[in-house]
Design a binder for this molecule. Structure first.
Ligand SMILES: C[S@@+](CC[C@H](N)C(=O)[O-])C[C@H]1O[C@@H](n2cnc3c(N)ncnc32)[C@H](O)[C@@H]1O
Length: 235
């Protein structure tokens, strides 16, 4: 109920207030979120080789990391990283889990050799100029045949955007959000979430060194891509 009463024109932040309500917020704001998480785990499991490390970058409460870990088994370490201390503090910890949580900026953190990297609704929060360098580092860290699963809220051209935005607002009303909540959250997010079009994503992934990009999930704006790195970077 964060946006249920009038708020100032503050930017959206992944702070303590948001961390408390985050799971409910994302499930009611991202159509198909549960299917997305399930699909990430199934797809990720197909690309993880024996002993592979996996990353969940911008993990929030670690939902994708735990789903991946449950699918792949405890022999695969999953590193779940987020720059919000409030999110990392609230990630559920289980004694036998292979998930390790870390509070760090994904633009700076060193990436070890990996088979699967998940960026689920996170790249869109980085300043646009920081996106390609991160994707290049991910491509460089992936072992041959490794996969990046990248989910983003994409931007459509004008006519399609109007159509999809109307459907999206109807979805949010159906989730119990009021007009005030919808409009205040949209305004707060617009200042920090800069959307790219699908062609921009494809072009940038190719520039970063990915050999193929397949859209495997789409619901309204929410689009998930499987990007494969076939060859290791030349030494
Ligand atoms: C929409 S949430 C991601 C949702 C999450 N991946 C999931 O599957 O539930 C975006 C997250 O990215 C994190 N984030 C934004 N910029 C970041 C950065 N530079 N480094 C690390 N995390 C970042 C935020 O703190 C936030 O938790």
């Amino acid at each position: 109920m964060l946006y249920a009463t009038p708020r100032g024109a503050g930017r959206f932040r992944f702070d303590a207030e948001v961390a408390v309500v985050f799971q409910d917020m994302i499930e009611r704001s991202v159509p198909g979120y549960a299917s997305l998480i399930h699909g990430i785990a199934v797809l990720g499991g197909k690309y993880a080789q024996a002993g592979a490390t996996c990353y969940d970058l911008g993990c929030s409460l670690g939902t994708a990391a735990r789903a991946l870990s449950a699918r792949m088994g405890p022999e695969h370490p999953v590193l779940a990283i987020d720059s919000s201390p409030d999110m990392i503090a609230r990630c559920p910890r289980f004694p036998d889990s292979s998930v390790q949580y870390r509070c760090a900026d994904i633009r700076e953190v060193a990436l070890d050799a990996a088979d699967v990297v998940v960026l689920n609704l996170t790249l869109q929060f980085l300043p646009p100029g920081d996106r390609l360098p991160l994707l290049q580092r991910i491509a460089g860290a992936l072992r041959p045949g490794g996969a990046l699963i990248l989910t983003e809220k994409i931007r459509f051209d004008k006519a399609a955007e109007i159509l999809v935005q109307k459907r999206y607002e109807n979805f949010k009303r159906a989730q119990g959000y009021s007009e005030l909540e919808i409009s205040q959250k949209r305004t707060a997010l617009e200042q920090v979430l800069v959307r790219d079009s699908l062609p921009t994503h494809r072009e940038r992934l190719a520039t970063a060194g990915f050999d193929s990009v397949t859209v495997w999930f789409q619901c309204l704006h929410f689009t998930s891509m499987l990007a494969i790195r076939r060859n290791a970077k030349a030494a």
